[in-house]
Design a protein around this ligand. Structure first.
Ligand SMILES: [Zn+2]
Length: 410
């Protein structure tokens, strides 16, 4: 039995309105068994002293693409499944070192195989260090939809991909196929997007009948549904169809944001990838740093005002916001914790941003053992050198990481 005690200068449990002050956490065999001002230490317990740091639950990024990199956008076929697996392994290591002990992958870029599942399995088997991964399989898309990657190729290329489905019958087949190969969530493109060449973010990706069939098939196997969404009408239809999480949702009107709130649907706003681009729409330097994606810049310019208004309305809403970055769209050398500062810059209070990456994310993912510090919870614990309630950018300086009781960074 391994027994560890963390003595922290300051603590926050993932829920409380304010930091809880100095505290101690007792961890036995990867589970938190005691927390308070002072816990009774069994003889032989290892003591970790973190007097000048704030200790909090391991972070959760609900929206990453570990097998995707910006350079793949116009050609998914130029990279083998093996190479994508190596990229995925490296991504999970980088994420863990930045304090993200759990991530949900929101779409495997291996459009032939099921590489995200294999990388997850390798981490679970302890083959290399990495974040705990929740797998959403591929982004199911209509032909000519957001994730029809063949639109970047010539018509005579005849490249196939495993995530295209039109009409209820094909949708049922692909949902079942994704579940067979390890999808714990079902992700689909319910609208067009910004980063791709052929579609527009206000395009509606599927008919109401198709969306309802997708949700019903996922529900048959107890899988929640996450929907890639931008345009207002697509968000409305997907929420009515019964999705659990709206990904991006960055062009939803005030009225549709209210519908999300009323239905208790979670929103993962990915603001660093979205509204930040709107703020920097005219900066050549900014777009150069993103690899100069021409389709994205053109579309962001077109919808800039809507994106900025949506961010203001979201900050004023009471929607359950879960933290997500869309890393993969950016290289993993970027620390996804920059999303915290972006959320605060858009009017979301630090407390709401911190809960989004801890207790609220765990609620959305239906993983009650994660996201909070309390007896019985998994010992996913991080520390930062300061108080993020006063200065949110300390979240980019995580310098202690424990996942399930094992220290990975100290
Ligand atoms: Zn994404």
């Amino acid at each position: 039995m391994t027994v560890t005690i963390i003595r922290a200068g300051n603590t926050w449990d993932g829920i409380a309105d304010v930091p809880l002050g100095p505290g101690e956490i007792l961890i036995e065999n990867g589970i938190i068994t005691g927390i308070g001002k002072c816990v009774r230490a069994p003889a032989g317990a290892e003591v970790i002293d973190l007097p000048d740091r704030m200790v909090m639950p391991g972070l959760i990024d609900c929206h990453v693409h570990i097998t995707l990199r910006p350079e793949m956008f116009t050609n998914f076929w130029a990279y083998s499944a093996g190479y994508k697996a190596l990229l995925g392994a490296r991504a999970l290591n980088d994420l863990l070192m930045n304090g993200f002990t759990t991530v949900r992958d929101c779409g495997d870029a291996d459009v032939h195989g099921y590489t995200v599942r294999d990388v997850k399995r390798a981490v679970d088997q302890g083959l290399f260090p990495g974040s705990r991964l929740i797998n959403s399989g591929h982004i199911i898309s209509a032909r000519n939809g957001h994730m029809d990657a063949t639109s970047a190729l010539s018509p005579d290329c005849n490249c196939w991909q495993n995530n295209l489905a039109d009409g209820p019958l094909e949708i049922q087949r692909v949902v079942r196929e994704e579940i067979k190969w390890g999808a714990e969530w079902i992700k689909f493109a319910a609208s067009g997007g910004f980063s791709t060449p052929a579609d527009d973010p206000v395009d509606v990706g599927y008919t109401p009948e198709e969306m309802e069939c997708l949700v019903a098939t996922a529900t048959q196997y107890h899988r929640p549904v996450a929907a890639h969404l931008h345009g207002d009408e697509a968000v409305r239809l997907a929420v009515l169809a019964g999705v659990r999480s709206v990904e991006h949702g960055c062009m939803a009107s005030e009225k549709v944001l209210r519908l999300i709130e009323e239905r208790g649907v979670f929103l993962v706003p990915t603001q660093y990838a979205g509204v930040r681009s709107a703020r920097f729409a005219e900066s050549d330097e900014y777009w150069k740093s993103l690899g100069n994606n021409p389709f994205m810049r053109m579309k962001i310019r077109m919808y800039k005002d809507v994106l900025l208004e949506n961010a203001r309305n979201l900050a004023e809403s009471r929607i359950k916001i879960a933290f997500g970055t869309d890393l993969g769209l950016f290289p993993f050398s970027l620390n996804g914790a920059v999303e915290f500062s972006e959320m605060v810059a858009n009017g979301i209070p630090a407390l709401r941003a911190l809960r989004a990456a801890t207790s609220v994310a765990a609620e959305m993912l239906m993983r009650p053992e994660l996201g909070t510090l309390a007896p019985g919870k998994t010992a996913d614990i991080i520390a930062v050198p300061g108080n993020p309630f006063e200065n949110i950018s300390v979240m980019e300086k995580v310098n202690f990481v424990m996942k399930a009781g094992t220290v990975y960074k100290s």
